[in-house]
Ligand binder design. Structure first.
Ligand code: CA
Length: 187
């Protein structure tokens, strides 16, 4: 034990790189990059150009929290304040490769921590209750945890999209971005 502690102490004092950073993120199970500057503008009015382009996706990924919980995350151009009159909506939608199978799964949330975030449980045909959204505005990242039962089935295709507008309403959207993430497989 002494030699292990000594080795660790040497690593810390000399290299500083021998132990994992405590805040190191879990390895992503599915990880997609998306180019900057590809936000689609749906309406020219109602929102500033800066705000419409704020949801420009740069990265979307899924990581495992534990065997029964997963986290979906998106990094985009700029996370807006919690108090805006409009929403930065984030959706993770999944579907099987065989389009004849009429099933899909979805997660939706916004930059407002408690904004009626939802996920759909395709197995039980009911809605999942989700907790608060995690905001990391300094890194322009939003994420939320999703229980296993409301995650897609193994091998399903997953897309991430963002939209500016009003969450859970029929109001027209101002802008949006989308990235196809590929097929999701459990570890
Ligand atoms: Ca983008």
């Amino acid at each position: 034990m002494k030699s292990v502690r000594l080795a660790a102490a040497i690593c810390l004092s000399i290299l500083g790189l021998c132990v994992p950073h405590p805040a190191q993120a879990a390895e992503a199970l599915l990880d997609a990059q998306d180019p900057a500057g590809d936000v689609r503008i749906y309406t020219p009015d109602g929102l500033s150009d800066r705000d419409r382009k704020s949801v420009d996706i740069r990265r979307a990924w899924v990581s495992e929290v534990d065997q029964n919980t997963y986290r979906v995350s998106v990094k985009f151009k700029r996370v807006a304040a919690k108090s805006t009159r409009w929403d930065q909506m984030v959706f993770f939608d999944s579907h099987p490769q065989n389009e004849k199978i009429n099933q899909s799964a979805g997660v939706g949330f916004t930059q407002k921590p408690r904004s009626d975030a939802y996920a759909y449980d395709t197995r039980a045909d009911e809605w999942c209750e989700l907790g608060a959204v995690t905001r990391k505005p300094a890194k322009d990242i939003l994420s939320i945890t999703v229980p296993l039962r409301c995650m897609p089935w193994d091998g399903w295709h997953m897309d991430a999209s963002t939209v500016t507008g009003t969450f859970r309403s029929d109001a027209p959207a101002y802008s949006g971005d989308r990235v196809h993430m590929g097929r999701f497989y459990y570890p």
